[in-house]
Design a protein around this ligand. Sequence first.
Ligand SMILES: [Zn+2]
Ligand SMILES: [Zn+2]
Length: 183
Amino acid sequence: MYLRIEQIKNEGLDLEFEEQPEVFPVLSEMINQGECNFMAPIKTALRAIRIEDMIDVQGHFNTLVRLPCGRCLKEYETPLKSRFEITYAHRPPSALADEEQAEVEISAAETGLIYFEGEHINLKDGVQEQVILALPVRSLCSENCKGLCPSCGKDLNEGDCGCNRQPPDSRFAALKNLKLGSK
Ligand SMILES: [Zn+2]
Ligand SMILES: [Zn+2]
């Protein structure tokens, strides 16, 4: 996923990529760990423009992921897509000491800049980061997934198991009694 700087004309440069998730090292690791799976390649479309010494990349990606539900543990598929903007800056030709150089790197990371060297930008790391950010923190197969019975482990989406579970408001009732009692 390379962007050649010389190809960016005044009106910008449009690029499209289609990559297998295994091409991205962190995604590949997540697949190996069973954290997620990809059912489609990662398609990216972007536009790069020059702003003085910087390259502004705006784009979007889409793919299809397979994730385990956080409640019932069953795997489900969901489209994953997101818009993004990444700003790349030419690494300044540096006569800085290592310590100063490290500070420059830190402030670049804080402002969301990514440095590149030479005449092309490798977009892989930047796009990979966007895919990871788009993954749901708490994944649910559906908003009203009933989850598993805490007593017998049955998937309650498939029907009730007959266990005598406490009504959901019992803790609040207990709390209320406690408050009244303490007066
Ligand atoms: Zn579920
Ligand atoms: Zn049960």
